[in-house]
Ligand binder design. Structure first.
Ligand code: ZN
Length: 316
């Protein structure tokens, strides 16, 4: 049977200042701002999507930036680190680049035989860059970063949980994931086990629960091909007792949500239709795009949003 779920679709975080958020993910990391829209559930807040050239599923980090939001706290029941995939030979380049912009970087760590670095954005969002030669995605680069060092998309995500049994059961029995291995209390799962589909559970039995605010992840979305496969997943999850929402139209994909047993909000999002449905691929992210139902309120919504700009020259 064809798998219903094929890895990570997007990861969505809460952020502070919208301009600082755009500067970091486009300027420092070189992701493309592929969509500038609003939080469909809170229309006076932006929703930014950063990804590769087209915002392909598996590359898209998204944020809800709240001006003046206080910092959240990483803890148990949260996705604490989002890992991006970089070429095996690019680690030194990225260490140098992050240092150039005054961003403290961890020592080079080794995990499951691959080297990585860990750092935080200005809001405290946990990020890792994992150097590997197993990623056949082309990547894309914005600004001044040489193409050969570009981020290829997600590598994976770390869930910090008090217990793993129920989450493991969900992943491996109902979400097409399988167990890959364990290393120092880190339990790894994948659909194929390739960059873009890795989920790690780190056990934190006594950890404080996290507090969601700027610099913490709101949810992780997993990929499914289309609305038919999504309904199959929804049916399967509900049959096994998960409280799954109805299908929500997010314009660029359709979504269902449920909370996994460890406390992290999971979403299942469709690969279709993608970000080119309401603006030309050459101009993704340039204008504020609104869903049809919000268009009548455009003037009021735009007034409530702080204007933002792309500043590539600041990050040469
Ligand atoms: Zn989402």
């Amino acid at each position: 049977m064809k798998p219903l779920i094929t890895g990570i679709h997007h990861i969505t975080a809460i952020a502070g200042n919208p301009q600082a958020n755009i500067d970091f993910y486009t300027g420092v990391l070189g992701l493309r701002l592929v969509k500038k829209t609003i939080n469909f559930d809170a229309p006076d807040v932006y929703h930014f999507y950063f990804g590769d050239e087209f915002g392909s599923p598996g590359t898209v980090f998204t944020t809800f930036p709240f001006t003046g939001a206080r910092k959240g706290v990483k803890g148990s029941g949260e996705l604490t680190y989002t890992a991006f995939s970089i070429p095996a030979t690019s680690l030194d380049y990225w260490i140098g680049r992050l240092k150039k912009f005054g961003i403290p970087v961890s020592d080079v760590l080794t995990r499951f035989g691959e080297q990585l670095i860990r750092f935080e954005d200005h809001d405290g969002m946990g990020i890792e860059l994992v150097a590997n030669d197993r990623d056949d995605r082309k990547g894309w680069i914005y600004g001044h970063i040489p193409f050969e060092h570009s981020i290829r998309g997600f590598y994976g995500a770390t869930l910090n949980l008090r217990a793993k049994e129920l989450t493991e059961k969900l992943l491996t029995q109902h979400m097409d994931y399988h167990f890959i291995g364990e290393e120092q209390g880190r339990f790894r799962y994948g659909t194929e086990g390739k960059p873009g589909d890795i989920v790690d559970i780190v056990l934190d039995k006594t950890g404080q629960r996290g507090m969601q605010s700027a610099g913490t992840v709101h949810h992780i979305a997993f990929r499914t091909a289309n609305t038919e496969s999504q309904l199959e997943v929804q049916h399967l999850l509900m049959k096994h007792g998960y409280m799954v929402t109805e299908v929500k139209d997010r314009n660029y994909f359709k979504s269902i949500y449920f909370r996994e047993p460890g406390g992290v909000l999971f979403e299942i999002a469709t690969d279709e239709p993608g970000f080119a449905i309401d603006e030309d691929e050459a101009h993704l992210g340039e204008l504020i795009k609104l869903p049809e139902w919000a268009e009548p309120a455009r003037e009021r919504i735009e007034k409530s949003l702080t204007p933002v700009a792309l500043n590539p020259s600041k990050y040469a």
